[in-house]
Design a protein around this ligand. Structure first.
Ligand code: NDP
Length: 455
């Protein structure tokens, strides 16, 4: 065999797995057909957060007046922002590539597909490997409606030549609400069209309600309970038909309607790697596919589609195969954040999930952050703790508000460790912060889960 391990895909999962495996002394090859660092570095988490930050500066310039500053806010230069973002992404992409080469992995800028169970075609070259990892990620998908190709998906949103004046974003998952915040903060008339009554299906109900209010307060026009029906060209612009035949004239239609695992054309069916109806590679707890020497990780498995999960999986597999510390990762209590405006961050169960398991004490607090008592900006913070009545363990921590992702990362350690409400209560707060509310929640808001548990 040419390699001990060949990794298909140079994204978060693949790069980590290849790098750590090579560090353990394995002979490693890794192929990437598009960009090193994958979605996260190039058309996902990293550039997205830079765009979110661009929007925040605009609001801060307005806020400053409340603190006595006289600031003349000029216009925003979108091409300048995109150029600055592109420079940073190019730098990061180079770092990812170099990390692999420095670790001793052989790097191929090519597409890799299966010829047989141990042989790959890598850009026209045949290579053989003892073990193979599929880490090809996913890609955004448009809904099957007439004219869908006239709308963009998130990949293109990062490279728009001009900022749209009016935009319709379809969907209300992570990507939809994050970009709604970005385009609105940069000055676009922003419409969010989604089929649920509230955005972010699957999140805690209080957070969803709070987010809908926050989006509206930011000036995003919400269209709940609406399905997209068709897109047509309207001169340079677009006409979106949605709901029951309503139309919206905009410059840009953006479909943030979900992502799909990228498995088409890899030849998986020929080598007996089982996939789900949606195209995801099916894996067990040790990332093994239906072929014992072929593994899959990250978004291509469509389990928890988050970069830190992908990197942790890559690291765990490398250690298990070639290091002396075999382990797998737990997908329980994975914290995550939505970089909406303000952001949401969460770890553990939602109230709905916790209530289904038994009685829970629910603590909720909502307040205006100190900063906005002077700015006058209509921006609330919402914090929530869910405590199992029987064990007193904190089952879920949720926050909508400024710095939520930074705060919840620390809370996640406590939840993963199995902290109880008494542990939170005996922790001294840091004053004056929003975060201290999590350790000073004394009055229970309500009890949930009694009826559910009895049923
Ligand atoms: P999500 O799966 O989160 O959301 C998809 C949205 O599109 C939902 O609102 C869904 O509605 C809607 N939708 C799907 N199909 C249709 C349709 N045919 N017509 C109308 N609406 C439709 O996908 P995203 O693309 O936002 O994100 C993909 C994944 O990427 C996330 O789940 C997350 O794992 C990851 N991600 C994480 C981020 C972070 O950590 N901050 C940021 C961005 C992405 P409905 O609810 O009704 O099904």
């Amino acid at each position: 065999m040419d390699y001990d391990l060949f990794v298909i895909g140079g994204g978060s999962a693949g790069v980590r797995c290849a790098r750590i495996s090579a560090g353990h002394g394995a002979r490693v090859g890794v192929a990437e057909e598009r960009f090193w660092g994958g979605t996260c570095v190039n058309v996902g988490c990293v550039p997205k957060k830079l765009l979110v930050q661009a929007g925040e500066y605009g609001a801060w310039a307005d806020d400053a007046a409340g603190f006595g500053w006289t600031i003349q806010k000029g216009s925003h230069d979108w091409p300048k922002l995109i150029a600055a973002k592109d420079r940073e992404i190019t730098r990061l992409e180079g770092i990812y590539r170099k990390l692999l080469a420095n670790a001793g992995a052989q790097v191929f800028d090519a597409r890799a597909t299966f010829i047989d169970a141990h042989t790959l075609d890598v850009g026209g070259k045949r290579v053989t490997a003892e073990r193979i990892v599929i880490a090809t990620g996913g890609h955004p998908e448009r809904p099957p409606i007439p004219g869908a190709e006239l709308g963009i998906v998130s990949d293109a949103a990062f490279y728009l030549k001009r900022m749209p004046k009016r935009i319709a974003i379809v969907g209300s998952g992570y990507i939809a609400v994050e970009f709604a915040g970005i385009f609105r903060a940069l000055g676009a008339e922003t419409h969010l069209i989604y089929r649920q009554p509230l955005p972010l299906r699957g999140f805690d109900q209080d957070m969803r309600e709070g987010l809908a209010e926050a989006l509206a307060a930011q000036g995003v026009v919400l269209h709940p309970g609406c399905r997209p029906e068709a897109v047509a060209a309207d001169g340079e612009g677009r006409l979106l038909t949605y709901g029951d035949g309503k139309t919206l004239a905009v410059d840009l239609v953006f479909f943030a309607t979900g992502r799909r695992p990228s498995t088409a054309g890899l030849g998986l069916e020929d080598v007996g790697v089982a996939t789900s109806a949606g195209g995801a590679v099916i894996v067990d707890d040790h990332l093994r596919t239906s072929q014992p020497h072929i593994y899959a990780m990250g978004d291509v498995t469509d389990r928890v589609n988050l970069t830190p999960v992908a990197t942790a999986e890559g690291h765990a597999l490398a250690d298990s195969l070639f290091g002396r510390t075999p382990h797998s990762i737990s997908l329980a209590n994975v914290p995550s954040a939505v970089f909406s405006s303000p952001p949401i961050a969460t770890v553990g169960l939602t109230e709905e999930q916790a209530a289904a398991r038994g009685p829970v004490d629910v603590y909720v607090t909502r307040f205006t952050p100190m900063r906005h008592t002077l700015t006058g900006r209509n921006r609330k913070t919402l914090m929530k703790l869910l405590v199992d009545q029987a064990t007193q363990k904190v089952l879920g921590v949720h926050m909508l508000g400024e710095d939520a992702p930074e705060i919840i990362q620390g809370m996640a350690i406590a939840v993963v460790m199995g902290a109880t409400k008494a542990d939170f209560d005996r922790t001294i707060g840091i004053h004056p912060t929003a975060a201290e509310e999590f350790v000073t929640l004394r009055t229970r808001t309500r009890v949930a889960g009694v009826a559910e548990a009895a049923a």
